[in-house]
Design a protein around this ligand. Structure first.
Ligand code: HEC
Length: 173
């Protein structure tokens, strides 16, 4: 047999083996059973490279605008803090039970373009929803502005910045 034929045959056997593995039902999908180190590496690398590529041309507005912070705070508190926590809270049912676990966004912030992209589009096969279909870009940038400051906030500052101004008209969402 020529080398080419051996190679082809090996490739076919590997493909069939992989399909058989998928049908076998032996890979655990329960959120309480961690991935193997290889699957973990593959999924995390896939996610990071994909977000990097998709977000590289995004132009961030000026984020240290107090108006944006005030707008982003209440949204973060209502829509995100259950999963991504807040100052003074370091665990929730979601951080314990979701796999992959939502990162604690009070610990450190990240690149604004990547954050914007992740919030707008969500992350497949994780608990992270896409907020783009229901929220415009301005509202998402306001949350990014808030995330940039979040790790520095004390519980009191957090409470002040996330309180919704009840006087303001149209504070529904
Ligand atoms: C139901 C839980 C849940 C909610 C609610 C949620 N997220 Fe997430 N979020 C996740 C999970 C899980 C990940 C990690 C996904 C992964 O690693 O594949 C994530 C990832 C992220 C990331 C990427 C973090 C990084 O840099 O690696 C950002 C930014 C983020 N979320 C912001 C938000 C914001 C802002 C909101 C509210 C509008 C929000 N999330 C609401 C679960 C949630």
């Amino acid at each position: 047999m020529t080398a080419i034929k051996t190679l082809l045959l090996t490739a076919i056997v590997l493909c069939l083996g992989f399909v058989a593995f998928i049908y076998s039902g032996t890979y655990p999908v329960g959120a309480d059973a961690p991935h193997t180190a290889f699957t973990n590496w593959a999924l995390e690398t896939l996610r990071d490279q994909s977000i990097e590529r998709a977000s590289k041309d995004i132009q961030a507005p000026t984020l240290d605008d107090p108006e944006l912070l005030i707008k982003g705070g209440p949204d973060y508190h209502e829509m995100c803090s259950g999963c991504h926590l807040k100052p003074g809270k370091d665990e929730s049912d979601f951080t314990v039970g979701l796999y992959p676990a939502p990162p604690d966004l009070t610990e450190r912030t990240g690149d604004p373009r990547r954050q914007f992209w992740a919030i707008k589009h969500g992350i497949k096969a994780s608990g992270m929803p896409a907020w783009g279909p229901t929220h415009d870009d301005q509202r998402i940038w306001a949350m990014v502005a808030f995330l940039q400051k979040l790790p520095e906030l004390t519980p009191q500052q957090y409470q002040i910045l996330t309180a919704r101004d009840e006087e303001a008209p149209g504070h529904h969402h």
